[in-house]
Write a protein that binds this ligand. Structure first.
Ligand SMILES: [Zn+2]
Length: 73
């Protein structure tokens, strides 16, 4: 079991309420994971809207793959 190490807790705290654990597995890459807008070294999204949209889109794709039924949302 991994230790709970969260040096970026200040960043996560702002929008953690609406986001699940899966988002925290993303590695900060210097730009928004959703719209590629440049962000700081420790941020993954430029804003909560992109984080939420990324999660929704990912879940949609996962559901589509699992069910082979991309016509439904
Ligand atoms: Zn963005």
């Amino acid at each position: 079991m991994p230790q709970h190490l969260s040096p970026q807790s200040e960043v996560d705290a702002a929008s953690a309420n609406a986001l699940d654990v899966s988002r925290r597995t993303l590695v900060p890459k210097g730009s928004c994971w959703y719209c590629e807008k440049p962000v700081g070294d420790i941020r993954r999204f430029c804003g909560k809207a992109c984080a939420t949209a990324f999660e929704e889109e990912k879940e949609f794709h996962q559901a589509a793959i699992a069910q082979q039924d991309p016509g439904r949302k």
